[in-house]
Design a protein around this ligand. Structure first.
Ligand code: FMN
Length: 364
């Protein structure tokens, strides 16, 4: 046992956490018909409810926002009802849960889009990345550039989705501003060559991400709103020529919005933390509320960064997949189980709800 800041309670905006360990959002492609999360999903998250905060997997705000098969939505009545069972199961175990709101932008495929149309993007630049549709990994489709008069509708989709998330019992929402999806596509000049008010300068490229976040905060309260960003991550084939200037500006504006947290993927998502030079301390200093750090953390690095004041909360992704009792294992420095990579995306209970706890109580 260790007395470590990781296991201390923490107040995240309007949400009381029992510890500083966050379950990072993890797409598992197991939504049922109508892209509704089912009972298995409720069981999966309830098994992991000892995290101080569970961030539910990326969830599309509209059909246009979907990029992979069998990812859940939060734009129909049935989806809200499905999520309500999930949040109830997590709350029954004393957990806290926010929903990650997602628009994939160009990382999609015509087979998923309304009327088989092209995926949408800031500019008509195809990403060098794959998506998973029709049970296969395939190249993403050629996107079309969004018209400027379509952007207000996308902001409104996020606003409505945030309202739906609260109706579904979530404690808050996380805007997905990371990993090469729509809001990051606007923010990074490798994907955005627009010449209107949403392209070009640092301010213009940040505009959609900030408008979405402001709309969400206004809808559900800034103290229940967070955002995930990944300043230097090349995830989903994206690049940015000026990440420090861009994200210093974004975080200054997020500070002005008064939202509860920024969730920063440090380095390449799921890859090297030092892929490119970046001063995360600059973001930390610009933002007075909660800084959640993610990417490649283990017990030692998490403990060090908390005690050095580099972060308030630490989000862990992959360890939560194979270790439903990850918090308890950290607490006792117990060994961690390894992921089965073949069951990550799609399927049923195998590799989802059947990873055992270290000490399985009789009859459970
Ligand atoms: C199976 C899988 C699914 C993921 N799904 C999401 C997601 O839905 N949203 C997101 O922002 N990041 C997603 N990520 C990235 C993780 O949240 C996290 O940033 C990454 O795994 C690095 O953290 P870790 O080193 O603690 O695993 C996913 C990663 C994996 C392995």
């Amino acid at each position: 046992m260790t007395s470590n800041m990781l296991f201390e309670p923490y107040t995240l905006g309007a949400i009381q956490l029992s510890n500083r360990i966050v379950m990072a959002p993890l797409t598992r492609n197991r939504a049922g018909p109508g892209l509704v999360p089912g009972d298995l999903t409720a069981e999966y998250y309830a098994q992991r409810a000892s995290a101080g905060l569970v961030i539910a997997e990326a969830t599309q705000v509209s059909q246009q926002a979907q990029g992979y098969q069998d990812t859940p939505g939060i734009y129909t009545r049935d989806q809200i009802e499905g999520w309500r069972k999930v949040t109830a199961a997590v709350h029954a175990k004393g957990g806290r849960m926010v929903l990650q709101l997602w628009h994939v932008g160009r990382v999609s495929h015509v087979d998923l889009q309304p009327d088989g149309g092209q995926p949408v993007a800031p500019s008509a630049i195809r990403a060098d990345t794959k998506t998973f549709v029709n049970n296969a990994f395939v190249d993403v489709s050629q996107p079309r550039a969004l018209e400027i008069d379509e952007l207000a509708g996308i902001v409104d989709d996020f606003r409505q989705a945030a309202s739906n998330a609260i109706a579904a019992g979530f404690d808050g929402v996380e805007v997905h501003g990371a990993n090469g999806y729509l809001l990051e596509q606007f923010a990074k000049d490798g994907a955005n060559i627009r010449t209107d008010a949403y392209g070009g300068s640092v301010e213009n490229r940040a505009r959609l991400m900030l408008e979405v976040t402001a709309a969400v905060a206004q809808e559900i309260g800034p103290d229940r709103t967070g955002i995930r960003i990944s300043p230097v991550s090349p995830a989903n084939g994206i690049a940015c020529s000026d990440p420090q200037a861009q994200y210093d500006y974004i975080v200054d504006q997020l500070e002005a919005l008064g939202i509860a947290y920024i969730h920063v993927v440090e380095g390449a998502t799921g890859g090297p933390r030092d892929i490119a030079p970046f001063d995360y301390g600059s973001l930390r200093r610009r933002f007075s509320k909660t800084y959640i750090a993610n990417n490649g953390y283990d017990l030692g690095l998490a403990t060090a960064h908390l005690s050095e004041g580099k972060a308030d909360l630490i989000a862990f992704g992959r360890p939560f997949i194979a270790n439903p009792d990850f918090v308890e294992r950290l607490r006792s420095s117990a060994p961690l189980a390894e992921i089965d990579p073949t069951t990550l995306y799609g399927g049923g209970a195998a590799g989802y709800t059947d990873y055992p706890r270290l000490t399985q109580a009789p009859g459970t």
